[in-house]
Design a protein around this ligand. Structure first.
Ligand SMILES: *Cc1c(COP(=O)(O)O)cnc(C)c1O
Length: 231
């Protein structure tokens, strides 16, 4: 299957899933996760009207951003503190902010380039010891602290549940992330509390994620195929 065909199938499945659970299909944005895939593959997706991509490695993203100027990139990997400057510059959204220290480092660089950056708090909703992310308990206070950072716009929450091939295993985690976002929105902790973003769902479980309220699905393999090994 070509990238263009895969995109068509996923868009169809996203809108059918949305309609089946009484959601507006336009409320669900598709983030094409292009990590470890070539610039050529990204261009193929752009030719099929996909203009939003997700990258996990700052250096790799930097090379891609340099040659691709007609698409936007979200960062969905772990931000090392020495990479905060590049992260602040390259992306339209950083989905993986999980500490006040990182938010402050981003804000400092954003101030220098006079840019406001959309971010999501990555929450380790399944308390997976192998995953980074704020704990559910500290998420509200992290959002409160971040209100002092004028260049950071906290748009919502992101999560990667503990890995399981069964999407039903992820569903409870997706639901918990949404409930957490509802509690935080009730305290007016987001940039726009009427339009809170939830980044959840990947190739194998995005249908369940949409049913549980996802607004960004991060789909890699189902669009681009198997990822090449990391060099
Ligand atoms: C790689 C990755 C994805 C995409 O995973 P697929 O299973 O290939 O769809 C989504 N989110 C994050 C954070 C990732 O690292």
């Amino acid at each position: 299957m070509s990238i263009s065909n895969n995109l068509q199938n996923i868009r169809k499945s996203i809108s059918e899933t949305a309609l089946a659970c009484n959601r507006d299909p336009a409320a669900i944005k598709l983030l094409a996760v292009s990590k470890r895939h070539s610039v050529h593959s990204i261009r193929e997706a752009i030719a099929a009207d996909q203009f939003l991509f997700g990258e996990n490695y700052i250096q790799e993203a930097q090379e891609k951003c340099r040659v691709i100027d007609n698409a936007a990139f979200h960062f969905i990997g772990h931000v090392q503190s020495n990479k905060a400057k590049l992260a602040a510059e390259l992306f339209t959204m950083v989905e993986t902010v999980d500490s006040f220290k990182l938010a402050k480092a981003l804000n400092k660089h954003l101030e220098k380039i006079d840019k406001e950056l959309d971010i999501l708090i990555q929450v380790n909703i399944g308390r997976d010891p192998k995953k980074s992310g704020a704990t559910p308990e500290e998420t509200a206070s992290l959002l409160k602290d971040m209100r002092s950072l004028p260049h950071i716009r906290a748009k919502g929450l992101m999560t990667i549940p503990p890995f399981s091939t069964d999407p039903e295993e992820s569903r409870g985690h997706f639901r918990n992330l949404r409930l957490l976002s509802v509690r935080c929105a009730a305290q007016n902790l987001f940039f726009d509390n009427d339009k809170v973003e939830l980044s959840m769902g990947m190739s194998h479980d995005y249908v369940a994620a949409i049913e549980e309220g996802s607004t960004f699905v991060r789909v890699g393999t189902a669009i681009f195929g198997q990822r090449p090994e990391r060099k």
